[in-house]
Design a protein around this ligand. Structure first.
Ligand SMILES: Nc1nc2c(ncn2[C@@H]2O[C@H](COP(=O)(O)OP(=O)(O)OP(=O)(O)O)[C@@H](O)[C@H]2O)c(=O)[nH]1
Ligand SMILES: [K+]
Ligand SMILES: [Mg+2]
Length: 533
């Protein structure tokens, strides 16, 4: 069966509907890869590819995937999906072609089980018929399950012997085996239930420590990024189909005038969209990884005292000896829902002590890497008439720095607000507060102001549905942008090169969602999952 013969194509009055068909069918619907189709291919040749890969064109052909797609899995896998250890309830998840056997062989009357309904059943050993436990049995029939295969969940009592008994019994069934780390998620990916960004979102959701990280991860796990990236990729692929049709047939033959102008216009628009998303001040990545806040300042200002106060534990050594802290001391904390990684650093000063100078070097390096810089100064012996800040400290204060004047308890006569204003003017810092780590004075105001500042800095960007959360996404988006730019500067005659640039751009987006070149990313990703996920 040849749906579109070359003859029909040449005779077609309007090539656009056909181009749409091509742009849909030309790329393997499974992997969206196009690399195995020669660039200067004829329409029949890509229809040949399309029919082999696109079941809607030739339903009698079994759905065949190209090399990027996975072979069907055979083993049925099982694992404890809840945390190991004693608990009220434990959930064992089973996925694979033989999953239903669990119901048939390990419960009585197993045959009457309907998908997505809850059954309270005795659970038996399939061979000895010994009762292992009583619990809930749930069936999710493929493809409407997490993995896309038949999935059984057994909710049993969370005692070690019960769990082990049921796991051992499952191991006794033929073609059943314990799942590897992240294998359930892997099957979900292989069965097109999730793309790479959704998997990454899922991993982040399991690791989320704060409200904001949870929100961000959930948005991504639900396909927020996939939709955007796929949509952009489709736009490029559509433009590519038109470009290649022009290569094959020339703009004069049956192709609407200005087809290429339309392509250029679309690509320019897409370029702007992607550039806007890249210009996001790294908000998504910062929230995902934690906001790095560095505390710097002269020795004995109370930096370690501040860190301990905020962390609510004695994480760093405090003493009245200047130069106590040498290494960078890090604590993670939740500041009003924002994930913060707070670093205490060595006091900045010139010294003959080699180890202390190494500490100073590390302090400066940490300041460079931080998203937010807090410079702590001591009010002991501070003379408001003649403010002196050591040049080595002054160097790190810029218009983005927050200054904290500590030990307010040691300067009782000084007006906090007047002094803050004065120091702000003199140093050009972003904002100045007076506090005391000893008495807790001024601490509430400082913390609520900080949360407000974080809100101002992050919340607007966080509302965006397409937030780049990983360096990996940024890298591929940048290379996509580079290819689009290269396409846009090419003269019209270089249309063959232009099509190649578009292909590169589409591939770059495909790498984000895992349509192509995914193996190395997958290995790293599945390592983050536990056995039962
Ligand atoms: N009176 C008073 N003393 C404080 C306050 N904060 C810290 N101190 C004291 O100041 C001294 C130095 O505190 P640290 O926290 O070790 O100071 P640091 O800035 O980490 O010092 P280095 O690590 O040596 O750079 C200690 O004796 C603290 O108890 C405060 O608010 N008021
Ligand atoms: K100290
Ligand atoms: Mg210290």
């Amino acid at each position: 069966m040849n749906l579109f013969s070359t003859k029909i194509i040449h005779r077609s009055i309007r090539i656009y509907p056909l181009l749409q068909a091509i742009s849909r069918n030309r790329y393997c619907s499974r992997c969206w890869s196009h690399s195995h189709v020669p660039l200067r291919s004829t329409i029949p040749s890509y229809l040949q590819h399309a029919t082999a890969h696109q079941p809607t064109l030739l339903p009698q052909l079994q759905r065949k995937h190209c090399a990027n797609a996975k072979a069907p899995t055979v083993d049925t896998i099982y694992a404890l999906s809840t945390s190991p250890g004693k608990a009220g309830v434990a959930i064992i998840r089973i996925s694979g072609p033989r999953a239903k056997q669990v119901v048939e062989r390990m419960t009585k009357d197993g045959t009457d089980i309907k998908p997505r309904q809850v059954y309270f059943r005795r659970i038996y050993h399939p061979l000895t018929r010994q009762v292992l436990d009583r619990g809930i049995v749930l069936l999710f029939e493929g493809p409407n399950s997490f993995t896309g295969e038949d999935v059984i969940e057994l909710h049993i009592h969370g005692g070690n012997a019960v769990i082990q008994g049921v796991l051992d019994a499952l191991g006794g069934l033929a073609h059943f085996r314990l799942a590897e780390q992240g294998e359930f998620a892997r099957r979900a990916f292989d069965n097109d239930k999730l793309d790479l960004t959704e998997l990454e979102g899922l991993a982040d959701l399991l690791n989320a420590e704060t409200e904001l990280q949870r929100r961000l991860a959930l948005q991504q796990a639900e396909g927020g990024l996939r939709q955007a990236f796929d949509h952009w990729r489709e736009k490029i692929i559509h433009s590519m189909a038109i470009t290649e049709a022009v290569i094959d047939f020339g703009e004069d033959e049956n192709i609407e005038d200005g087809a290429l102008d339309e392509v250029v216009k679309n690509i320019e628009e897409l370029r702007r969209t992607i550039a806007t998303h890249l210009d996001d001040r790294h908000v998504g990545e910062i929230i995902r990884n934690g906001i790095h806040v560095a505390i710097v300042g002269p020795p004995n200002a109370g930096k370690s005292s501040l860190l301990n106060k905020l962390a609510k534990r004695e994480a760093a050594i405090v003493s009245d000896i200047p130069g106590t802290t040498r290494d960078v001391v890090e604590v993670t904390m939740n500041l009003g829902g924002y994930p913060v990684i707070l670093s205490d650093t060595a006091g900045l000063r010139e010294s003959d002590d080699r180890i202390e100078m190494e500490g100073v070097k590390r302090a400066k390096a940490r300041v460079e890497l931080s998203d937010i810089k807090i410079c702590l100064l001591s009010l002991t012996g501070f003379d408001p008439q003649q403010v002196y800040i050591d040049p080595i400290v002054r160097q790190v204060i810029d218009s983005e720095t927050f200054v904290l004047l500590n030990k307010q308890d040691m300067a009782p006569g000084v007006s906090a607000s007047d002094l803050s204003d004065q120091i702000q003017r003199e140093t050009g810092a972003k904002k100045v507060w007076c506090i005391s780590c000893m008495t807790g004075q001024g601490m509430d105001v400082f913390l609520s102001d900080m949360v407000q500042l974080l809100k101002t800095r992050f919340d607007q960007s966080l509302a965006s549905p397409v937030l780049i959360t990983q360096a990996r996404h940024r890298q591929h988006l940048e290379s996509c942008l580079e290819s689009l730019d290269a396409f846009l500067v090419l003269p019209v005659q270089d249309i063959v090169l232009g099509a190649e640039e578009l292909r590169q751009a589409a591939n770059a987006l495909g790498r984000i969602t895992g349509r192509i070149d995914v193996e190395n990313v997958l290995d790293a990703l599945f390592g983050q999952f536990c056995i039962g996920k």
